[in-house]
Ligand binder design. Sequence first.
Ligand SMILES: Cc1cc2nc3c(=O)[nH]c(=O)nc-3n(C[C@H](O)[C@H](O)[C@H](O)COP(=O)(O)OP(=O)(O)OC[C@H]3O[C@@H](n4cnc5c(N)ncnc54)[C@H](O)[C@@H]3O)c2cc1C
Length: 254
Amino acid sequence: MSVLRWHALSGYSLELTQFTVGRATIVGGTRALLDAIGSVTPFERRLDTAVAAVTQRGNRVEVETRGGDTFAAGAAVVAVPLNAVGAIEFTPALPEDKRRAIALGQASRGIKIFIRARGEPLLQNSIRPGHPFGHLDTDWVDGDGVQQLIGFGIDAERCHAGDLPALQSQLEAILPGYVVVDATAHDWLADELSRGTWAIHRPRLVRAPPRRDATGRGAGCAGRLGHRQRVGRLHRRRDRVGAAPGARASALTG
Ligand SMILES: Cc1cc2nc3c(=O)[nH]c(=O)nc-3n(C[C@H](O)[C@H](O)[C@H](O)COP(=O)(O)OP(=O)(O)OC[C@H]3O[C@@H](n4cnc5c(N)ncnc54)[C@H](O)[C@@H]3O)c2cc1C
C-alpha cells in the first residue's frame, strides 16, 4: 500500500519511484537538513523532553512536558509517530476520526539490522522471502574483509542482534559463507516514543477524509487540502527534499 503511494507521488512512473526512493538522498544526510532548518530561525531546541499534554486555552496552546514544564504558543505542531500520539493527552479531545486512526495505529513492526560479517569482499544484495531479514544489502566493505550489511525484516521479534549464534544460522540461510562478527539494531517496538518502525499505514487509513478538528488547528497533519492538491504539492517538493517515504506517507494521511 505504501509503495503504491510512493508510485502515485512519483507520477505513476516506476523509474521515478525507484529514483526518488533509492537514489535521491540529502547531501550531508538528514542532520544537514535539520541543521539547515534550525539555523534560519533562532529558536530553543529541547531534546529528551517528552510531551505529556497539549491543551487549547482560548487562542493559545499550552504544551506540558512530562517533567512538568509548560510552554504556551499560538499553535503547536504535533509530529510524533502515529503509534506514539496516543500517549499525549489532548484537550479538547481530538475528533473521532483522528482518535480512530490513532487507536488503529500504523502496522509496521519490522526491523532494520546492521550486521558486520567476514567473507568474500564483494558487494552483496540478497533477497529471501519469509526470512527474518529477507532483504540484505552490503553498505560498505572494509579492507580486512569484514563488511557492513543492512538487513530489513518484517517482524522485529524474529531476529535478535544480541544473539550472534542464532543470527549466524539466519545469515547462513540468506548469505551462505559469511561469518557474523557483530550486530546491532534498535528496538523500535519497545521504544515508547515510536512503538513501531517505518510508517506502513493500515488499509483504509489513508482513505479517511481529512477533517477540521474542534480547535480548527488540526493535530500534526497536512490538514485540509484535497488529495490531488496534496499529491501535487508533495510532488513538486520532491526535487528539493529527496526521499523520505515515511514523511511523505504521514503527510498524506491528513
Ligand atoms: C528502522 C527504520 C529505518 C528507516 N530507514 C529509512 C531510510 O533508509 N530512508 C528513509 O528515507 N527513511 C527511513 N525510515 C523512515 C524515516 O525514519 C521516517 O520517515 C522519518 O524519520 C519520519 O520523520 P518524522 O519527523 O515524521 O518522525 P520521527 O523521525 O519518528 O520523529 C518523531 C519524533 O517525535 C518524538 N516523540 C515521540 N513521542 C513524543 C512525545 N510524547 N513528546 C516529545 N517527542 C516525542 C520521537 O522521539 C521522535 O524524535 C526508517 C524508519 C525506521 C524506523
